[in-house]
Ligand binder design. Structure first.
Ligand code: AMP
Length: 584
């Protein structure tokens, strides 16, 4: 197949705006292309060389593309740069410069689709010392043999700026028309694409083996599945109505989505965009090997930064430190994560994508040996809108973003946004600037490095009206090793076998303390919460207030007595101001 023929179709695609015309042109091009060259054509048309998950990147930087163009056109660097800036695109600049006085080849007998693709592939795979020079040599040799029109698309492709306006779904439509005899077969193609994420392979099979070949593409460990996506509805009742009155609520955690493929000892992790992110999370690889019992399995989970000693979820910003190429081992220690599984698509030889949520969750429960590093996302079944509201508050207090509500009957619909999952987020988020002084009323045993000392303290505000101390948060973050030694000593005299009568709490800590020691805290915000009684009913019936992502500032306020702690009324005020600020 001549590359000129491909370029001719690309020119037409660029000129069309209607989807129908685009599909027809593409279908024509697919028909014209020899079967064995179809994958190359499809990848190139997507602006890639291989499916994303293989991580084969072309990416020639702008300055190098300009240099190649300068050599090919024989024009001064300034001239080339000017043409580029004026046209705003490397392709148009190339077409102009090489067209002027016919600098480019007149015809391009030697330029085939295969040669262009193979050269790009070599460029992508060249690395190490001196690789830039050899990449540029390869690219220059293509341009030297290219007509002005061909050079336009070659350079655009090289820079990752093809922009033909052809969506993956349009390629599927064109494939149905050109290779399977009608648009009616688009659904089958779509399914094959959604479970394999490899468009070139799907089109090739359609050409070689027809409909049966495409139907034979199944979920396979090692090939990422295009992720199921959620719809959004504003109210709990709306979600219940949509799902027929019976739903499962899951915490919507704020981390990074990970699609994890395990085949014996081999574990691969794909991002939401299906790029390989295995090197970022060696810990998640270990946890999957150790704690997932199924030998061949595809799972999905949210990777979240955690406080190892308390098990608390930490804000998304903490996880961001892990997104880097170097020094991973160090970051792994500083920013530990837990993987929170929420789905399973394949397990021990069985495809689970067609099975209802309840069966998939049951399988997850069967195959994950849960501990603090490998957990299942908290979930609860309900028929009540009120319970959804409460669970949402709980999720937010615990560091989640809101809820993901799931239809217990729904299958895993790969690659599609649908009402099988509906997200319910609260509409605001803010940063609290004031510090809050709170009284320690309890302690929870630590684990990991904090085994033997307390992992978290239960804190209360002061309510002058009732002269008592309603709890408002647990806190495990911000304590230095010295703090962890010093604070228990301070508290020791106030230990109590029973809940002190002037403390109000739903949570029961491992140890109670009579309210005495005051510490200073900061938090990301104040939220409604069903598990803390501070400010109960003052904003919403049945809900109290809680701190989200609380942190010890390092200050023990020994100049303050417990009744100098921040009052419930002040906290209700802070909650209202915070929300007013958000609305403004
Ligand atoms: P959004 O990005 O707002 O459309 O929300 C979807 C994302 O929420 C997914 O891609 C996951 O990364 C994340 N997520 C967190 N918890 C869950 C959960 N329990 N179920 C599904 N997705 C979740």
């Amino acid at each position: 197949m001549k590359y000129a023929a491909v370029v001719e179709s690309y020119e037409k695609l660029e000129a069309h705006t209607g989807r129908l015309a685009i599909t027809e042109t593409l279908a024509g091009l697919l028909k014209e292309t020899p079967k064995e060259e179809l994958p190359m054509l499809v990848y190139l048309t997507q602006g890639k060389l291989r499916p994303d998950y293989e991580g084969v990147e072309l990416g020639i930087a702008e300055k190098y593309a300009l240099r190649v163009l300068q050599v090919a056109s024989g024009k001064p660097a300034e001239h080339v740069r000017k043409a580029y800036v004026e046209s705003g695109d490397i392709g148009t600049a190339a077409q102009r410069l090489l067209g002027e006085g016919r600098q480019g080849a007149l015809t391009s007998d030697s330029l085939t689709l295969k040669r262009v693709y193979d050269t790009f592939f070599v460029i992508a795979k060249t690395s190490g010392e001196g690789s830039i020079e050899s990449k540029l040599k390869e690219l220059a040799s293509l341009i030297a043999d290219a007509t002005a029109e061909e050079a336009k698309y070659i350079l655009r492709t090289a820079m990752g700026e093809l922009r033909l306006g052809v969506a993956d779904y349009t390629i599927l439509d064109a494939c149905a028309v050109a290779l399977l005899g009608g648009k009616g077969h688009r659904k089958v193609l779509e399914r094959a694409y959604n479970v394999s994420s490899d468009l070139g392979h799907v089109v090739e099979l359609a050409a070689e083996k027809g409909l049966d070949g495409v139907k034979n593409i199944h979920v396979q460990v090692g090939k990422p599945i295009r992720p199921m996506l959620a719809e959004r509805l504003p109210t709990a009742q709306g979600i219940l109505d949509k799902m027929g009155g019976d739903v499962v609520m899951e915490y919507k955690l704020d981390g990074e989505r990970a699609q994890i493929h395990k085949d014996g000892d081999k574990v691969q992790i794909f991002s939401r965009r299906l790029e390989l992110i295995t090197p970022t999370y060696p810990d998640v690889v270990e946890y999957t090997k150790k704690y997932v019992t199924s030998k061949k399995v595809i799972l999905e989970g949210e990777v979240v930064a955690v406080n190892v000693e308390t098990g608390e979820y930490l804000p998304f910003q903490e996880l961001m430190h892990r997104r880097r190429k170097h020094g991973i081992a160090e970051m792994m220690k500083q920013y530990p994560v837990a993987v929170n599984f929420f789905d399973v698509m394949f397990s021990d030889g069985e495809d689970f994508t067609g099975k209802p949520y309840t069966q998939r969750r049951a399988e997850l429960e069967r195959i994950v040996k849960q501990n603090e590093f490998a957990r299942l996302v908290p979930a609860q079944r309900t028929k009540s809108a009120e319970e959804i509201e409460r669970y949402m508050e709980e999720a937010i207090t615990q560091g989640g973003e809101g809820l993901m509500v799931k239809d217990p009957k729904a299958a895993y619909t790969a690659g599609a946004r649908g009402f099988g999952w509906i997200k319910l987020k609260r509409e605001y988020r803010s940063e609290l600037t004031d510090t809050i002084d709170l009284v320690i009323v309890g302690a929870i045993h630590g684990r990991g490095r904090r085994a033997g000392v307390y992992g978290a303290y239960l804190l209360a505000a002061y309510d002058p009206r009732k002269d008592n101390f309603p709890t408002i948060t647990k806190i495990g973050t911000g304590f230095s090793d010295e703090d962890l030694q010093a604070i228990p000593k301070l508290l020791k005299p106030y230990e109590s076998e029973v809940k002190p009568p002037n403390v109000e709490s739903i949570l029961v800590p491992d140890v109670w303390y009579r309210p005495k020691i005051v510490i200073e805290t900061i938090a990301s915000e104040i939220t409604l919460s069903p598990i803390y009684p501070a400010g109960l009913d003052s904003v919403r019936k049945g809900s109290g207030l809680a701190l989200r992502f609380p942190k010890f500032t390092g200050k023990i306020r020994d100049e303050k007595g417990p009744d100098d702690a921040t009052t419930v009324k002040e906290i209700v005020e802070m909650y209202r101001t915070q929300n007013k600020k958000i609305r403004e």
